[in-house]
Design a protein around this ligand. Structure first.
Ligand SMILES: *Cc1c(COP(=O)(O)O)cnc(C)c1O
Length: 472
């Protein structure tokens, strides 16, 4: 278990620039030269970029190449100073946002809603990211259920693999989030277990496409039937998969339907700042109809500062992000997204084959772009210890211990990356065998949570890390 008093070495690893660059606990008396500042920033950026341009870092950098990034930065700079809320001064913002929302909705088969109810029409808003999209959807269901059904003690049922942004929303908005554990062999939520938890306070269900831990797509079709039957909402979290799974499907992959083709799906979140290849700080939340979206909006009509209204949780947002998102989608087009998905799929499939060739490793579920495995023969956290020495950065999973690698574009830029992956993994497994019976370094952090005391200890530790990171 990690000690609550961090040792010096650990402390230093969080603050690599301490002593190397000057610290600024307060504003400098006189401003520093631009050149000087730019040089220092470039140094930090270059060193940090070197860590993931190897292609050995899971997820994190949803980045479609240097040329694409430069192009986005140009489009950003044209509107970096603009506030998206100022629709009177900057009508470009709502032109772009309405088109981003519409393009995303089409990609997720919004036209299908008419077949179920001709009055429905998919709509949405742009937000600052996946967490905000999720928070907005959860708030929307709360306010909808209060207005339409008089529910005062709302509950939402979610798989325990759904993103923590749902729990955050539950905490922020006073909603009881009921967790359904997933388990082997399927690792997707069991619809019957969901059904069993429905009561008169249930306002909505949650499913993921795909979920963060395993990249797996919950049985959204079954959840859709349940939601329709009980006349409750169903939010599909497509933050991660929303901009990639539709293209995998077009490439012939068997992707279970998760979008507006299912009549019970009432909202979807999809992150432009992940596989939309836009800049960080953007996402889209979609609703099946405008009656729902209305519950997301907010206004203070009689504020002394003027009538105030905002569609999302954020107030001001940078128009640069809106412009860059729009520009990313227009530049790539259907063809561009299809081609990036094809490249990603090629690498992911080769990585999946690599795992399959190692008998000690067990794939979790039927992977698409997230490759997840566990083991019953070696401690996968020993494998992670070894992979770290080879420059790989996995995401470690717990309960049960497993590891995942989320394939993004940086992997596709490194020829032979999947061969290296397989070779290193094989050596990692051999290393883990020699370490049997010992505690992996990785276990020092993972492997504590799961009990009340363990959870408290982990929370105390990570809050301590935040405190430390926020110190100059
Ligand atoms: C990334 C992600 C989110 C949202 O995260 P943000 O960091 O707020 O964009 C939600 N769900 C899943 C499955 C994700 O992978």
């Amino acid at each position: 278990m990690p000690d609550q008093t961090r040792n010096e070495q650990e402390t230093d690893s969080f603050k690599p620039y301490k002593g190397r660059f000057q610290s600024y606990p307060e504003l400098p008396e006189k401003g520093r030269g631009k050149e000087d500042i730019l040089n220092e920033l470039s140094l930090m950026a270059e060193e940090e970029n070197a860590k993931w341009t190897t292609g050995k870092v899971s997820g994190t950098f949803y980045h479609a190449g240097d040329a694409h990034r430069e192009y986005l930065n140009k489009t950003f700079s044209l509107f970096s100073h603009v506030n998206t809320l100022q629709f009177d001064l900057c009508p470009s913002m709502f032109k772009m946002e309405s088109e981003i929302i519409s393009m995303t909705a089409k990609m997720l088969n919004c036209d299908a809603v008419k077949a179920h109810n001709p009055a429905d029409e998919v709509c949405g808003t742009m937000t600052s990211g996946g967490s905000e999209s999720i928070m907005m959807a959860i708030k929307t269901y709360r306010d909808w259920a209060k207005a339409e059904k008089g529910i005062d003690a709302p509950e939402i049922i979610m798989p325990n693999t759904a993103h923590p942004a749902f729990d955050k929303s539950g905490t922020y908005f006073g909603i009881n989030m009921v967790h359904i554990p997933v388990s082997e062999p399927d690792f997707r939520v069991d619809p019957e277990a969901v059904s069993a938890k429905i009561n008169k306070n249930t306002i909505a269900l949650v499913g993921s496409a795909g979920n963060y831990p395993y990249g797996l797509i919950d049985p959204i079709d079954a959840l859709s039937d349940i939601a329709l039957h009980h006349k409750i909402g169903l939010h599909v979290d497509g933050c991660l998969g929303g901009f990639i799974l539709p293209w995998f499907e077009k490439l012939g992959r068997n992707i279970p339907t998760f979008d507006f083709r299912l009549p019970g799906v009432t909202s979807i979140s999809a992150d432009t700042h992940k596989y939309g290849f836009a800049l960080k700080g953007t996402s889209v939340v979609l609703y099946r109809n405008n009656d729902l979206r209305r519950h997301q909006y907010f206004s203070v009509p009689d504020w002394p500062g003027g009538m105030y209204a905002s569609p999302t949780g954020a107030g001001s947002r940078s128009g640069g992000l809106t412009a860059a998102t729009w520009a990313s989608m227009l530049y790539l087009g259907k063809e561009g997204y299809l081609e990036t998905a094809r490249a990603l799929m090629g690498v992911a499939d080769a990585m999946i084959k690599g795992v399959e060739s190692i008998p000690e490793l067990l794939l979790i579920g039927d992977p698409t772009f997230v490759v997840t495995f566990r083991s019953e023969e070696v401690d996968v956290f020993h494998v992670n210890d070894f992979m770290k020495t080879r420059g790989w950065r996995f995401n470690c999973l717990q309960l049960p211990p497993a590891m995942h690698f989320c394939v993004t574009m940086p992997q596709t830029f490194v020829p032979g990356i999947a061969d290296e992956w397989t070779k290193d993994l094989r050596e990692g497994v051999a290393y883990a065998r020699t370490k049997a019976g010992t505690v992996a370094d990785t276990t020092a952090i993972y492997g504590v949570a799961g009990s009340l005391e363990g959870n408290q200890a982990v929370t105390e530790m990570v809050y301590g890390v935040f405190d430390h990171l926020f110190s100059v």
